[in-house]
Design a protein around this ligand. Structure first.
Ligand SMILES: [Zn+2]
Length: 139
């Protein structure tokens, strides 16, 4: 399954809720009701305590760049028009970390500590979370 040659997510039992929420414009993550840890990506059990009572919560989509790299060599031919692009580990304000592209502006200027906000990329039938620099930094 691809969209213009790019891979698209194939939902599993653990990730179906997540990808459905993405299509509705909601970045969801799991919250453990036993130990109160946020968890991302979706799993059957809490990685902190092994508990199975996980609930879905909606992120506000605001975070801070924890690490970033710039991709110059496309992983496949389908990504050739995209390079260079920034891929970052983003610490969401709710306490979980995820990897996504940071789009908009020169990719080489994305820096650790930058405040970012969620944007969406439509890819085939799927909708993928990406980030862009938040206006004004700060909040
Ligand atoms: Zn737990």
């Amino acid at each position: 399954m691809t969209a213009e040659g790019k891979p698209v997510p194939v939902p599993t039992a653990e990730t179906r809720h997540y990808w459905t929420a993405c299509r509705e414009g909601v970045l969801s993550y799991q919250h453990c009701l036993a130990c109160s840890r946020p968890q991302f990506y979706p799993r059957t059990l809490c990685v902190g305590c092994g508990g199975a009572r996980l609930e879905w919560r909606a992120s506000r989509g605001l975070g801070t760049v924890h690490a970033v790299t710039v991709v110059y060599r496309p992983p496949t031919a389908a990504f050739r028009p995209e390079v260079p692009y920034a891929v970052a580990l983003v610490d969401l304000d709710e306490g979980f970390r995820m990897m996504a592209n940071v789009v908009g502006g020169a990719p080489e200027t994305v820096a650790i500590g930058d405040r970012v906000r969620l944007v969406w990329e439509q890819r085939g039938d799927a909708v993928l979370p990406q980030f862009t620099r938040a206006e004004g930094g700060g909040r």
